[in-house]
Ligand binder design. Structure first.
Ligand SMILES: Cc1cc2nc3c(=O)[nH]c(=O)nc-3n(C[C@H](O)[C@H](O)[C@H](O)COP(=O)(O)OP(=O)(O)OC[C@H]3O[C@@H](n4cnc5c(N)ncnc54)[C@H](O)[C@@H]3O)c2cc1C
Ligand SMILES: *[C@@H]1O[C@H](CO)[C@@H](O)[C@H](O)[C@H]1NC(C)=O
Ligand SMILES: *[C@@H]1O[C@H](CO)[C@@H](O)[C@H](O)[C@H]1NC(C)=O
Ligand SMILES: *[C@@H]1O[C@H](CO)[C@@H](O)[C@H](O)[C@H]1NC(C)=O
Ligand SMILES: *[C@@H]1O[C@H](CO)[C@@H](O)[C@H](O)[C@H]1NC(C)=O
Ligand SMILES: *[C@@H]1O[C@H](CO)[C@@H](O)[C@H](O)[C@H]1NC(C)=O
Ligand SMILES: *[C@@H]1O[C@H](CO)[C@@H](O)[C@H](O)[C@H]1NC(C)=O
Ligand SMILES: *[C@@H]1O[C@H](CO)[C@@H](O)[C@H](O)[C@H]1NC(C)=O
Ligand SMILES: *[C@@H]1O[C@H](CO)[C@@H](O)[C@H](O)[C@H]1NC(C)=O
Length: 535
């Protein structure tokens, strides 16, 4: 388990000090870092084939294969001086140890879906520890559990579960190319959240490489650190190698529908009504509401708002129709709107791939859409008055591009205590809001324009959303709500508190204590990492 010929960081530091005195400043820190990796690599797992410098022909394609926001696909975006595509956990240990010896900023990337590119962009010189090769998935139906490595994608997890059972699934994002490493460590929700909670509510063990280069499981890391990496973000605490998850039971047949209504089709009334029922419905039913601006008929200047009620029901269409008739008749759901399918087919529908796409598509790591985008989040605790809805819809028509998605809570989400995991947004929240703007135009001017529109819609929503703090979802990373420059301990704590309270509320303090204990020198840091205690 330990790195051969090296029992501790201290020993390696000593070696390095000696090598400095031998070589004076003939080599730069990145070069010395590479030497450190190569010199200490295990003969049975050589690290050479995992090291990509900008001189390697495939450096650029490796960098871009998990760059998921085209906002950061520009020539002026800072590039890493190195990418380590770990092939074995010893490569993770070496990267952590050598980076500390050479005082280098490390970014950890699994699926690369960070909204702000935090896993592959930095303000300072940095390297990427890329986890995509560590992607094994071991499903054990007998114990209803699976070990999934950080570099696996959710689509792969869903597919591998479905290969072994028609009656099991896992509650996580509907986007199949999202990575396990970032998604689970930051919470993780999907369309079974009302029934089974978040991904982290179903995580039972983990493996992490800590700041000393040790590979620890839940028992070895202790409950505090395990708690922290189930919602507090992995990248502040260590490198997550794998999670062990409890599979959840799903029926052989589930039902999905996507019903849309424009303003002319009574969208305002139906959205208003949705607010009173969505979090109280049968736990088997999840109705996501997305509102976006579309062209109406009769010319360019006739925009309208279209509300999509995109839904997942853990049961057949007959029972769904009776639930809807009882709880939400205003939507007017008909049998012909309902599509019955297996659970894994529903993950394909929700991706959303065209109806009828084969589940094998879940194994593709190539996302369906390549976009520039900006996201923000909010939480709503009481329904928005009808006049408020009308006003917001008018503002959306003026702004045109940002869309709003409401993801209803209630059910299991309200039963789990706010301190059970670092994710604090439980009982009392009716739904989470996502602000989403996508665009195709290149360039910083287009970016600034669309980001500004997103911020405006977020500002218009102020009267209707949570306050003190204005809560936000950590996995919807948004650098607008605060950045940590990690300059010194005190400044870093104060900066960290600004966004930390919004993401984690009262759990922030416990995260800071865990951080201070496991990584006092703040090696695992980024633009929104958990700071250490300043005293
Ligand atoms: C198209 C799209 C759809 C999404 N849909 C949902 C959704 O439905 N539900 C939801 O909850 N979220 C959703 N998200 C957000 C998503 O959960 C987060 O962006 C998540 O962090 C992505 O994980 P990743 O491994 O792909 O990203 P990465 O960019 O690789 O990582 C994200 C963060 O986690 C850190 N990290 C990654 N791997 C590790 C590791 N092994 N150890 C320690 N730290 C690590 C990174 O350093 C970074 O800070 C979506 C994102 C996108 C782009
Ligand atoms: C790596 O090993 C070489 C050859 O043994 C040695 O010259 C060099 O100083 C070592 N570098 C580091 C960073 O350990
Ligand atoms: C990167 O390039 C060097 C020099 O050409 C080569 O030795 C090394 O194998 C390459 N690394 C990878 C991972 O291909
Ligand atoms: C990223 O930018 C490069 C040019 O800099 C371009 O060739 C490539 O197509 C872009 N990637 C995507 C997915 O658009
Ligand atoms: C729902 O249906 C509308 C109208 O047909 C369509 O434009 C939209 O893309 C669908 N939503 C999803 C998520 O597929
Ligand atoms: C619109 O909704 C209201 C309230 O639910 C209802 O009374 C009315 O009949 C609906 N109108 C149409 C055209 O559906
Ligand atoms: C605008 O579009 C809506 C929805 O398509 C349509 O019902 C309405 O008649 C259109 N108005 C005009 C003035 O064309
Ligand atoms: C809406 O209309 C505008 C102006 O005519 C056009 O540029 C745009 O492509 C249309 N959008 C859609 C989704 O059809
Ligand atoms: C809905 O319920 C009412 C009575 O509550 C009943 O008359 C009606 O037939 C039901 N409709 C459907 C589609 O089940």
């Amino acid at each position: 388990m330990a790195i051969p010929r090296l029992s501790s960081l201290m020993l390696l530091s000593t070696l390095f000090v000696i090598s400095i005195s031998w070589q004076a400043s003939a080599y730069s820190a990145p070069e010395k870092f590479v030497q450190c990796l190569l010199n200490h690599s295990q003969p049975s797992y050589p690290i050479g084939p995992a090291i990509y410098t900008p001189n390697n022909a495939s450096y650029s394609s490796i960098l871009k294969s998990y760059l998921r926001n085209l906002r950061f696909n520009t020539s002026s975006t800072r590039k890493p001086f190195l990418i380590v595509t770990a092939l074995h956990e010893s490569h993770v240990k070496l990267s952590v140890i050598c980076a500390q010896v050479h005082n280098l900023q490390m970014k950890i990337r699994s699926g690369g879906h960070d909204y702000e590119g935090v896993s592959y962009v930095a303000e300072v010189p940095f390297f990427i520890l890329d986890m995509f090769n560590l992607r094994s998935i071991n499903v054990d139906i007998k114990s209803e559990t699976a070990w999934v490595q950080a570099g696996a994608t959710l689509g792969e997890v869903y597919y591998r579960i479905s290969e072994k059972s028609k009656f099991h699934g896992f509650p996580a994002s509907v986007e199949p190319t999202v990575g396990v490493g970032g998604h689970f460590s930051g919470g993780g929700y999907g369309n079974m959240m009302r029934k089974y909670g978040l991904s982290v509510d179903n995580v039972v063990d983990a493996q992490i490489v800590d700041v000393h280069g040790r590979l620890l499981d839940r028992k070895a890391m202790g409950e505090d650190l395990f708690w922290a990496i189930t919602g507090g973000g992995g990248a502040s605490f260590g490198v997550v190698i794998a999670y062990k998850i409890n599979l959840v039971r799903v029926p052989e047949i589930v039902t999905v529908f996507n019903v849309t209504r424009t303003l002319e089709q009574n969208a305002t009334e139906i959205v208003y009504r949705w607010q009173y029922v969505a979090d109280k419905l049968d736990d088997d039913l999840f109705i996501r509401l997305t509102m976006e601006i579309v062209n109406g008929s009769g010319g360019d200047n006739n925009k309208t708002l279209r509300a999509s009620f995109f839904s997942m029901f853990l049961g057949d269409s007959e029972r769904l129709l009776s639930v809807m008739n009882k709880s939400f008749p205003e939507l007017g759901l008909k049998q012909s709107d309902c599509m019955e399918m297996s659970w894994v087919e529903s993950t394909v529908f929700w991706a959303p791939f065209p109806y009828g796409t084969s589940p094998e598509r879940l194994l593709s790591r190539n996302p369906q859409f390549h976009k520039h985008f900006k996201r923000k989040s909010d939480y709503v605790k009481k329904p928005i008055p009808k006049a408020g809805l009308k006003w917001i819809f008018q503002k959306m028509i003026e702004l045109d591009s940002p869309a709003l998605t409401f993801n209803p809570y209630g059910g299991r989400m309200g039963e789990i205590s706010a301190s059970a995991t670092p994710f604090p947004h439980r009982a009392g929240n009716l739904w989470k809001v996502q602000y989403a703007t996508d665009w195709d135009e290149e360039g910083s001017e287009a970016s600034e324009h669309h980001i500004d529109l997103t911020r405006k819609l977020h500002m218009y929503m102020t009267p209707f959303v949570s306050k003190n703090p204005r809560e936000a979802y950590f996995n919807y990373k948004d650098l607008d709500i605060g950045i940590n420059h990690n300059a010194n301990v005190k400044a870093s704590y104060l900066e960290g508190r600004v966004y930390g309270i919004k993401y984690f509320k009262d759990n922030f303090d416990r995260l800071v204590h865990v951080k201070t204990k496991v990584d006092p020198s703040n090696f695992f840091r980024n633009e929104q990492s958990i700071p250490t205690l300043p005293y």
